[in-house]
Write a protein that binds this ligand. Structure first.
Ligand code: SF4
Length: 334
């Protein structure tokens, strides 16, 4: 056991079900479990969590980071320490929003009076396994684990995340194949309504948090649309594809989302952008998407703490009506 292991007594690790949990959560939970720790993931976002996060945050914070604070608060007293990693920008073409660098300090300061133990590590370039492995192994040493066990745990966790990502990508590919097949079938049967494929473009912690975007997804599905998630498509492919759109864009997730649009725009009927107010990266990229992606109807939705999803159903319904009208040849865009 290393001499300095300040987190050796952390046996129950709390993980907020928010922000990058939706991107790296499988790696995180598998890693701690492989180290023999018990993991407690906060419950799905609800109004109480969102309201608490709002109280704990300054107004300028985006809705997503406010919700994150509510999740951390919900873990107080339920674990020995909360895991809040920092993801600073390690590369000018695959960095993160600054929130992901500062979130560890924000949590430590916000919960200082509650004496919340925060364990963390500073992750490098997430596209390079070695850059991710080192900080996780260093953290494990601080938890009193041997380097060999830390190495083994990381390998297990990395593989689990890769398998999860692959399964998510395959699920989206299945929907896309089904859309193509149903379109072909509808083309031969004049009375059959063709399918409606919608690409939902949002950060994973927005797209898959049902409190934040569930109303949008429900409205789309209620109108008979089949949803494809841009964030769940193959990350490596979409990241590389994004360079056809921009050489300079610094944020990896926005890159993947734009690469996903370029990859599948021909296979869907419309695109729905969902952002959390006031997201800096999305305000830039959404504007660029609206201007540059031609020939495909786009609905741009902004979710904030005040209005929540009020009015979303109406906008989604109108959008789907327009798409159906277009399918019948009655509307031309771009
Ligand atoms: S990318 Fe946008 S939504 Fe995500 S944490 Fe940053 S400001 Fe918030």
């Amino acid at each position: 056991m290393p001499e300095k292991a300040p987190w050796a007594d952390v046996f129950v690790v709390g993980i907020p079900r928010s922000l990058l949990y939706y991107r790296f959560g499988v790696l995180w939970t598998t890693f701690f479990e492989a180290l023999g720790r018990h993991v407690v993931v906060s419950e799905a976002t609800d109004k109480a969590i969102a309201d608490r996060g709002e109280q704990l945050s300054v107004d300028e914070c985006c809705l997503a980071s406010k919700v994150f604070m509510g999740h951390v608060d919900s873990l107080v007293g339920r674990c020995d320490a909360v895991f809040v990693p920092s993801y600073p920008t390690a590369d000018h073409r695959s960095g993160f929003c600054t929130k992901f660098q500062s979130v560890t300090d924000m949590v430590r300061n916000t919960f200082r009076d509650k004496h919340l133990e925060v364990i963390s590590c500073e992750v490098g370039n997430v596209r390079k396994m070695r850059d991710v492995r080192r900080p996780f192994e260093e953290m494990a040493l601080r938890m009193g684990v041997s380097r060999a066990d830390a190495h083994k745990a990381f390998k297990t966790a990395w593989s689990a995340q890769a398998a999860h990502d692959k399964a998510c990508n395959e699920a989206q590919e299945r929907v896309l194949r089904q859309l193509v097949a149903e379109r072909r079938s509808a083309a031969t049967q004049p009375l059959k309504q063709p399918p409606l494929g919608i690409l939902v473009v949002a950060h994973p912690y927005i797209a898959h948090d049902t409190y934040l975007s569930g109303a949008v997804l429900d409205a789309l599905r209620d109108m008979g649309a089949q949803v494809v998630f841009a964030d769940a498509l193959d990350h490596d492919h979409t990241y590389k594809k994004s360079f056809e759109f921009s050489d300079t864009m610094p944020w990896i997730i926005n890159r993947e989302l734009i690469g996903a649009i370029l990859s599948v725009e021909d296979k869907v009927d419309g695109i729905v952008l969902i952002s959390a107010f006031p997201c800096g990266p999305d305000s830039m990229t959404d504007d660029a998407i609206m201007r540059c992606i031609q020939g495909k109807p786009i609905l741009n939705l902004m979710i904030d703490a005040q209005s929540g999803t009020a009015g979303v159903e109406t906008r989604v319904e109108s959008f789907v009506d327009i798409l159906r009208f277009q399918q019948k040849g009655g509307y031309t865009h771009g």
